[in-house]
Design a protein around this ligand. Structure first.
Ligand code: UDP
Length: 458
């Protein structure tokens, strides 16, 4: 094995990879983690990125960064309308990306570029790279299972499942058990056609690429990965969970290390960690239900409330007066938390989450049971898989109600009825860790990926 590792390093040495992340945290974080993994295998790394949500280059002195213009005005950059933002970015960035990539390829003073690794949402990037005779490998940052559903959008439209009708929400989605119509990825938009087109471009360009990298692992998504492999006829590389490759993580906002200091004072498995990722928000009424659900559960909680998370408020103004006094030291509220470290902390016993894919995988990797409150897009598929397929959590389906939140917390953390879920979490965590070890599926997939990239320049 040592020999083969040595050979891999030799294969990649003197070769550069150009990575092009989408500037949303749930996409940027895994791309930078992937960059670290590939760098550890001997590749030099160049990152092309937008000015909007630019990564902090000081955190990655071993990479080269090239900013490109994204053409966003201040108002456009701060819009909460994700579809609109993506549509603007995927138009505005085409030419700046082409110019930047062409410049990089013509620079003879650096190592030759082996391939482009682009986020799947940057659907134009493959054609640009093709025109410059550079292969493209796509990184898909969501689950393989939800990707299959996105890929079936044309079929789901043909069969009348899409656009989703309120009267049919509970019907099973025959093609994708155990999903129901209400679990089909959806976003709140009046531009449905534009959403469908973006999804189609993402799927088709992934299919036309030279391969797809997944932040997932075989034991978790064996059947979805096998179907994709069969349908797409291109190599796929499930090499996740990315964040477990190196012991230290770097996330992008200012980290609130008070979270860890506070967790250090709590009993093992006693704390509910609550976070809705980097985009999702709550209405004031839901926020207040959540607050009382947490308070009434009597468990300590660490709650990430991003500024602007509560629609129409700056930060915590809608908290009922006297709430903080009622909970005393039992609750700790922060604007951002070092999530990897939080989920790995022995005090954390449950994660109340919006079911973003990174959060889901991070929770699975640490064996933390989940209370799923999905908001939009693939989060609904992830939540259904967590509660019905992997059965490592519960999904709250009737909106945010304090009694249900309290009940779910008590079930997962305290009551006997949650024991089987807690046991399954431990066994899935073991699988997540084993797959990265020598002989594990992700370990092997990474070896295959390095060989595959190396084959581009022989
Ligand atoms: N995250 C974090 N601290 C927080 C909230 C989120 O580090 O307080 C990270 C989290 O670890 C994850 C990412 O932000 O890697 C969010 O990605 P996810 O796919 O879960 O959700 P999204 O933000 O894309 O909706």
């Amino acid at each position: 094995m040592e020999n083969s590792r040595g050979t891999r390093l030799q294969q990649s040495k003197g070769r550069r990879l150009v990575l092009f992340p989408l500037p949303l945290k749930g996409h940027l974080n895994p791309m930078l983690e992937l960059a670290n993994i590939l760098h550890s295998k001997g590749f030099s790394i160049t990152i092309i990125h937008t000015h909007f949500n630019a990564p902090n280059s000081d955190d990655y002195p071993h990479f080269t960064f090239h900013p490109i213009s994204d053409g966003l005005s201040e108002g456009e950059a701060s819009t909460g309308d994700i579809l609109h933002l993506l549509l603007l970015l995927t138009v505005n960035c085409v030419e700046p990306f082409r110019d930047c990539l062409a410049r990089l390829l013509s620079n003879v003073s650096e190592e030759p570029v082996a391939c482009l690794v682009a986020d799947a949402i940057w659907h134009f990037s493959r054609l640009v790279a093709d025109s410059l005779k550079l292969p493209t490998i796509v990184l898909r940052t969501s689950s393989a299972s939800s990707f299959l559903v996105f890929g079936a959008f044309p079929l789901l439209r043909e069969k009348g499942y899409l656009p989703i009708q309120d009267s049919r929400l509970e019907e099973p989605l025959q093609e994708f058990p155990p999903l129901r119509i209400k679990d089909i990825p959806a976003i709140n938009t009046c531009e449905l056609e534009a959403f469908y087109q973006l999804v189609a471009a993402m799927v088709n360009e992934s299919k036309a690429s030279s391969g797809i990298i997944w932040n997932s692992f075989e034991d978790l998504e064996q059947s979805a990965l096998a179907t994709i492999h069969q349908d797409f006829h291109i190599p796929i590389f499930p090499i996740g969970p990315f964040h477990k490759y190196s012991p230290t993580s770097t996330t992008l906002s200012i980290q609130d290390h008070s979270s860890i200091a506070w967790l250090d004072t709590q009993a093992p498995n006693s704390v509910v960690y609550v976070s809705f990722g980097s985009i999702a928000g709550l209405d004031e009424t839901d926020f207040i239900e959540m607050a009382w659900g947490l308070a009434n559960s009597k468990q300590p909680f660490l709650w990430v409330v991003r500024p602007g998370f509560i629609r129409g408020s700056e930060w915590l103004e809608p908290l009922p007066s006297g709430f903080l006094e009622t909970i005393g030291g039992r609750g700790h509220i922060v604007k951002w938390a070092p999530q990897h470290e939080v989920l790995a902390h022995p005090a954390v016993g449950a994660f109340c989450t919006h079911s973003g894919w990174n959060s889901t995988l991070e929770s699975i990797s640490e064996g933390v049971p989940m209370i799923c409150l999905p908001c939009f897009s693939d989060q609904k598929v992830n939540a259904r898989y967590v509660s019905q397929v992997w059965r490592v959590g519960v999904q709250l389906e009737n909106g945010l109600k304090r009694g249900e939140i309290e009940g779910a917390i008590r079930r997962l953390m305290v009551e006997k009825s949650g024991q089987e879920i807690r046991d399954r979490c431990i066994s899935l965590k073991e699988k997540a860790n084993l797959c990265l070890k020598q002989g594990g599926s992700s370990y092997q997939a990474l070896e295959d990926l390095i060989s595959y990239i190396s084959s581009f320049f022989f």
